[in-house]
Design a protein. Structure first.
Length: 171
């Protein structure tokens, strides 16, 4: 069941329960549902923004290898950025959520959880060789830095729109 029995004495379905909660409950009831939904939303916002920022920094760092010729640098940067972004948004977000969940299951103390999560991030990134490992480490560091900040959906949507806009302009 996705809801508590105390909030559903009439045996309403899920949609009916949500409507009843919206219209007839006071704030604070069903905190178990709302708390879990908020936690998932916070994690999802942070992971998406982390994928965008880590892809940008990854591409910026590794596009310097080819030199600073303007055309070559921009082309290499954009190719690395969008390739890494596709992998980070799909595989990276899923691997990071799994890593954080597994580290909570494995370890009880905060430091042990962070170390376990870092090792699992590295193992998931190592599947994609050296560049994947570098991207995973960068993803982990940025994710931990962003976990200290409050991130709204507006900032995530703006970041995604900038990425899409630059993609269409550069085509």
């Amino acid at each position: 069941m996705f809801f508590c029995e105390s909030c559903n004495p009439l045996g309403l379905g899920w949609i009916g329960l949500k409507a009843a909660q919206f219209w007839f409950t006071s704030p604070g009831q069903c905190s178990r549902i709302e708390g879990r939904e908020k936690e998932i939303a916070i994690i999802l916002k942070r992971k998406i923004l982390t994928a965008i920022l880590s892809s940008f920094l990854f591409a910026l760092a590794f596009s310097n290898i080819g030199g600073f010729e303007e055309d070559r640098f921009v082309n290499l940067f954009l190719n690395l950025f969008y390739l890494n972004l596709m992998l980070a948004i799909t595989y990276g977000v899923i691997a990071s959520v799994f890593s954080d969940w597994l580290s909570r299951v494995i370890a009880n103390k905060a430091l042990a959880r962070e170390i376990a999560s870092f090792i699992i991030h590295c193992c998931c990134g190592a599947v994609l060789q050296v560049f994947g490992l570098g991207s995973a480490v960068l993803f982990f560091i940025i994710d931990r830095l962003l976990s200290r900040m409050k991130i709204g959906w507006l900032s995530v949507i703006i970041a995604i729109l900038i990425v899409v806009l630059v993609f269409f302009i550069m085509i």
